[in-house]
Design a binder for this molecule. Sequence first.
Ligand SMILES: Nc1nc2c(c(=O)[nH]1)N[C@H]1C(S)=C(S)[C@@H](COP(=O)(O)OP(=O)(O)OC[C@H]3O[C@@H](n4cnc5c(=O)[nH]c(N)nc54)[C@H](O)[C@@H]3O)O[C@H]1N2
Ligand SMILES: Nc1nc2c(c(=O)[nH]1)N[C@H]1C(S)=C(S)[C@@H](COP(=O)(O)OP(=O)(O)OC[C@H]3O[C@@H](n4cnc5c(=O)[nH]c(N)nc54)[C@H](O)[C@@H]3O)O[C@H]1N2
Ligand code: SF4
Ligand SMILES: [Mo]
Length: 569
Amino acid sequence: MSLDNKTIACPLDCYDTCEAIVVDGKIRGNKGHFPTDGKLCANFVACLKSEYLQTPLYNKQNISLSKVLDILVQKLKNTEAKNTLFYKGSGNLGVMQSSLKSFFAKYGSTLTQGSLCDGGGGEGIKATRGEVVNPPLENLLTADVIIVWGRNFSVTSSHMYNLVKDKTFITIDPIKTHIAKNSDLHLALNPKTDYELALLLTRFAYMQDMEDEEFCQRFETSEEFFDLAKSRPIISYEEATGVSLEDVNRFFEIIENKKVALVLGLGVQKYYEGANITRCIDSFAAFLGLHNSSKHSGVWYLSNSMYGYEKQFDTTSSLEKEDVSQVDFSKYELVFIQGANPVVSAPNTRRVIEGLKNSFVVFMGTTYNDTCEYADLIIPSCSFLQKEDIRLSYGHQYKAFSNKIDEPSTNTISEYDLTKYLFEIFGFEGLKEQKEVLEYYKTTDIKEYKFENFEFIDDIEIEHLYEQKLENEYYFITAKQKKSLNSSFKIDNYLYLNPKSNIKEGSRVKLRSKYGEASFEVKLTNDVKPNCVLCYAGNKKANYLTPYKSDESSHSAMYQEVLVSIELS
Ligand SMILES: Nc1nc2c(c(=O)[nH]1)N[C@H]1C(S)=C(S)[C@@H](COP(=O)(O)OP(=O)(O)OC[C@H]3O[C@@H](n4cnc5c(=O)[nH]c(N)nc54)[C@H](O)[C@@H]3O)O[C@H]1N2
Ligand SMILES: Nc1nc2c(c(=O)[nH]1)N[C@H]1C(S)=C(S)[C@@H](COP(=O)(O)OP(=O)(O)OC[C@H]3O[C@@H](n4cnc5c(=O)[nH]c(N)nc54)[C@H](O)[C@@H]3O)O[C@H]1N2
Ligand code: SF4
Ligand SMILES: [Mo]
């Protein structure tokens, strides 16, 4: 049977949620899928070419699928449920991936709460608007000027960027990213000073008569927000943020009488007070009227892709939850890890490894990643070409559909089939059929979200990193790069420094933080501010230095709430 015209959703954790299609037996980007527009990226190609796990492993020895399932079932039967943890990552973002969690919830495992990703920012936006939902992608296309704030827009959402690449950009980022280089203005602020910049911009907007009076009058809290912005002398904002008043003036020259959009990314919220920092930026956006669709285009962040849908897999029966940012794996007799690589991606690698060594670790994934080294049992999941699924997006409103275009290898299993098997063995009820779940997502249409209320932030307390920072310390930036998708594909393990650091290219250095230490080889670049150092996400050493603590309000990680010092080694 010809597979032509069958679509495949890119399973990777990425804003774009592209859809591929089979044409003449070959997989191509789907021209009929608006955000994809016929193109796929290098990470998609790398995902197709991945070396997929083909055989289950028990204590590193090959075994059969039926054997691995027997061992899993025996282990689950012989362990008290409360001593088990279910830990799911975002290696594949298809909706069917959530099925397995419903088994572990029924079984009684501890689940995780919070996020390693966008949790803090999401909490902040929820506080201002009620829901974390993006405007329709088409609205972005109506903008004259796009402000890119803490987001590596052209790299981490390359397809969304492609739709708007000819517009005027302003970038706010301590790193001179690709989009910063392609912007009319780059505000290279000091890390974790975004809320101060937002307040400074708010004051300028007022002085230049650029606030949206109509929008502000609708929501009383705007006055308190403006009082907050006025509470400090302008000059002190300038010093803290490292952004000159000249550049602030330039910012307003560029946006004056223009239709403006704001795309916000992870960078602003990787801190303890990430929620309130984001809320402050969203309040500034509201002050300017960016949420007022009759004037401007809107504000984008990582939206809740499940917004408006009913949960198809029930996970409510689980009582215990542990913050994903500070999971102590050693507390559990059995840990089940699905689609994640905590050894590289979770905070504080040393602690993660120590924890995994002290537990019976079951890993279910598609590739042999760093975490597999510490797994007692490995269950190979079949690839995204071998299972049906649907992807919802956190970047835009388009869905992507995945047909099964390839048969699973003999010793691999899909997440849904494993869930079904475990439900049967344990005599659990209530698992919906795969077909029903897919049909639900396929046929349910979500209405555009219109927020009824807007709560401006009226008070904010931040512990400034710049007040703690010693002369010989640096801000530790970890952000995404083009050729890898988190810890997968082409990994870059270098430490990037500004040449002003007086450390030579190619040197080996040891970085130290409050939480750990690690060695790196240095590369020099003027793209990094002199007071910062940069590692890309997926760098195998980066998370030795990061805090295993939760942020203020969303149970989430705060990778950049840390300072580092450098020693030549
Ligand atoms: N190619 C590729 N695409 C990806 C991914 C990938 O790994 N590779 N990962 C995907 C995932 S999981 C996610 S969540 C998204 C995330 O995508 P983005 O939202 O772009 O997130 P990051 O790259 O982590 O950080 C964005 C920017 O924030 C800047 N930044 C750091 N600190 C600060 C600060 O204090 N203030 C400001 N204003 N900026 C700061 C960084 O320099 C960086 O350029 O991308 C997705 N897309
Ligand atoms: N320092 C620092 N750390 C970070 C970040 C950062 O910016 N800085 N970014 C954070 C962010 S935004 C995120 S989202 C997290 C991501 O962290 P994780 O969710 O742990 O994701 P990955 O490290 O990419 O690991 C994904 C794994 O999923 C598996 N996988 C892929 N496809 C499938 C499938 O179909 N089924 C199953 N069962 N498994 C599959 C693969 O084996 C792959 O190794 O990392 C976070 N960590
Ligand atoms: S841009 Fe993102 S969604 Fe699109 S193919 Fe690449 S990884 Fe997949
Ligand atoms: Mo993420």
